[in-house]
Design a protein around this ligand. Structure first.
Ligand code: ADP
Ligand code: MG
Length: 625
């Protein structure tokens, strides 16, 4: 067959791949063995569930064959094999279309991170080989094919003579260079070491013929002989005892499975031996996959029935708010023949899901307690998902999740938990205060925070759109209600301040009424502020909808034009207030101008759009002239 080119993007990605993705080239073996194991999983599952296939466990294995003479390394499996079409689509396009589409959309120059998030495992072969040949015969197919490529310039597919079902991957090793020794991957001992390190728990035998020597009869000399050995222990990692395993083993498993390209922050290994029996290894990743907060992202755990993989991503095992968790579950109590629809209603599975949910929650709580810094990392990546979890399903999961939430604190200048906050509350503080805004810097400057901060009370900063909505669901924590610093009633006014404001308002009743009329439809009230210290004006709100919530709701598609009830608050101790009063007494036009300016200023401070910027600037010019 004529040479076919890799798809254009594939070529560049392949280049990046070969030159930089894995710092350790030895992992190509892990990738190829893992693919072989996946392929055996598939045929094994069919053999077990299809009565017409005869089933013999002995038939399923992987062979690793180094040959120093030809400088080739062959990895052969008795898996399900590939048809010509499958070769074309699985080996002809590097990385899955998703990554490419994403890359294009986002114009990411340096594709490393993105690429790493995909199973580009097979291409790891090009890190060590000049030529990669794949010979394969698919189960139930009458023909075998050979795929061959020298890397970046393309590949060929031709008929082949391979007689048995399965796949054979032949790597023609690169020539040694000054920096790299490729011969090492043809050394039996080195290969054994790599296989032990990364693939020990692969459930099928990984066989290799090892050269050994024994003394010749009646002689001091030794003679070499060859013997086939199974290199791996074949005990799946989840069946091993925790104390036999190191963190590194769990990390290797995570990488081998492509659960993520990061290092997991935490692993949870559990074995349950009760009404329902299962083993699970769960991971909390360190970084969110690029598509995590999009509809593209699919949650789920691998599901095994007594050691046989039956599903790649069993979504029913994870609630949405823990959708970031990766890993696997193996249960003896599940039937192999179970279908996807049946699984959803499977009582065993529901029990497992419930258990797992509890485990994850416990693990996160413990992490927060014992390793707050690590938890902070986790929270940066996935905290928003927890907040969505609080908000969704009408707050049904808030009890589970509220103790896992963190918010930035005005006093501690770092993320704190609600329980921390409440434990620090002075006795006279009635509410848990928060301020919502675009960023911590913006919130810090909000006039509305002045009074609360002055009292020495801590304020939680809400910078995620979801924050206020989530908090509305929680409503109160440890019997303390939440209160926005912009809400009409802060619950901290002393009687004296109350009276002063009231007197001032009474004295200038007419002026406040006039301002309210001038701003009708824009604000529901104008009053003397009890919370401002140094700023001239601010907006506060009455009722359930805050300014930040209004912004979020307005930005939604087909929004219902929900508006917050806004109150314009004026600082009676500010010089501007005197100017306002003077204008009211002497110059109606000026008074109108001032009123409108103050209102627009308040909008700007809040990050809300000014209805007519041209009018606004004209107003300013009028004052300057
Ligand atoms: P992934 O394993 O994440 O799917 P890879 O790049 O490792 O990605 O492999 C790409 C695809 O090539 C696999 O999904 C599989 O369909 C096919 N493949 C690779 N190796 C084998 C093999 N030994 N037997 C059968 N199919 C294979
Ligand atoms: Mg793979």
């Amino acid at each position: 067959m004529a040479k076919k080119e890799f798809k254009a993007e594939s070529k560049r990605l392949l280049d990046i791949m070969i030159h930089s993705i894995y710092s350790q080239k030895e992992v190509f073996i892990r990738e190829l063995i893992s693919n072989a194991s996946d392929a055996i999983d598939k045929i094994y599952y069919q053999a077990l569930t299809d009565d017409s296939m005869n089933f013999d466990k002995e038939n399923y294995y992987i062979e690793v064959i180094p040959d120093k003479e030809t400088r080739t390394l062959t990895i052969r499996d008795t898996g399900i094999g590939m048809t010509k079409e499958e070769m074309e689509s699985n080996l002809g396009t590097i990385a899955k279309s998703g990554s490419l589409a994403f890359k294009k959309e986002n114009e990411i120059e340096d594709g490393h991170d993105i690429i790493g998030q995909f199973g580009v495992g097979f291409y790891a072969a090009f890190m060590v080989a000049d030529v990669v040949t794949v010979r394969s015969r698919s189960l139930g197919s009458g023909e075998a094919y050979k795929w061959e490529s020298e890397g970046e310039d393309g590949y060929t597919i031709d008929p082949d003579t391979k007689a048995e079902v399965g796949t054979e991957i032949i790597l023609k090793m690169k020539a040694n260079t000054e920096e790299e020794d490729y011969d090492q991957y043809l050394e039996e001992e080195r290969l054994q070491g790599i296989i032990k390190k990364y693939s020990d728990f692969i459930r099928y035998p990984i066989k290799m013929t090892i050269t050994k020597s024994k003394p010749k009869e009646d002689s001091e000399e030794y003679a070499d002989f060859k013997e086939e050995e199974t290199i791996n222990s074949m005990v799946p990692i989840w069946r091993k005892n925790k104390d036999e395993l190191e963190d590194e083993d769990y990390e290797n498993f995570y990488k081998e499975k492509h659960y993520g390209f990061d290092n997991p922050l935490k692993h949870i290994h559990t074995r349950v031996d009760g009404n329902i029996r299962y083993d699970a290894i769960l991971y909390i990743p360190e970084t969110a996959p690029y598509d995590y907060y999009s509809t593209e992202y699919e949650k789920g755990l691998e599901l095994y029935a007594n050691g046989v993989l039956i599903m790649d991503k069993c979504a029913d095992l994870l609630p949405d708010y823990f959708s970031f968790v990766k890993g696997m579950v193996d249960s003896e109590d599940l039937s192999l023949n179970i279908s996807r629809e049946m699984l959803q209603h499977d009582r065993q599975l529901q029990l497992i899901a419930k258990n797992i949910n509890k485990k994850i929650k416990q693990a996160l709580k413990k992490l927060l307690q014992d390793e707050p810094e690590t938890y902070g990392k986790f929270y940066n990546a996935f905290g928003r998902q927890l907040k969505y979890g609080v908000y969704s399903e009408f707050g049904a999961n808030k009890e589970t999740l509220q103790d896992l939430l963190l918010f930035y604190s005005s006093i501690k200048k770092k993320l704190v938990s609600l329980s921390d906050y409440v434990s620090r509350m002075p006795e006279d503080q009635k509410y848990i205060y928060y301020a919502a805004g675009e960023s911590n810097e913006r919130i810090e400057k909000l006039p509305q925070t002045e009074m609360v901060a002055d009292k020495g009370y801590e304020i939680l900063y809400f910078t995620d759109e979801i924050d206020e909505f989530a908090i509305k669901m929680i409503n109160e924590y440890k019997e303390k209600e939440f209160r926005s610093v912009s809400s009409g009633d802060l619950g901290i006014d002393t009687e004296e301040e109350d009276n002063k404001a009231k007197m001032e308002e009474d004295e200038h009743q007419d002026m406040f009424k006039e301002m309210k009329d001038l701003l009708s439809g824009k604000v529901t009230n104008v009053k003397v502020s009890k919370r401002l210290k140094s700023h001239p004006v601010c907006l506060s709100t009455d009722g359930q909808i805050s300014l930040e919530m209004e912004k979020v709701l307005q930005s939604m598609p087909n929004n219902q034009n929900v508006k917050a009830d806004k109150i314009l608050e004026i600082n009676k101790d500010h010089a501007v207030y005197d100017a306002l009063k003077t204008a009211y007494d002497n110059d109606q036009e000026k008074f109108g101008l001032y009123t409108s300016l103050l209102y627009n200023q308040a909008l700007l401070i809040e990050g809300l759009p000014v209805a007519d910027p041209v009018d606004f600037t004209n107003d300013i010019c009028k004052i300057m002239a």
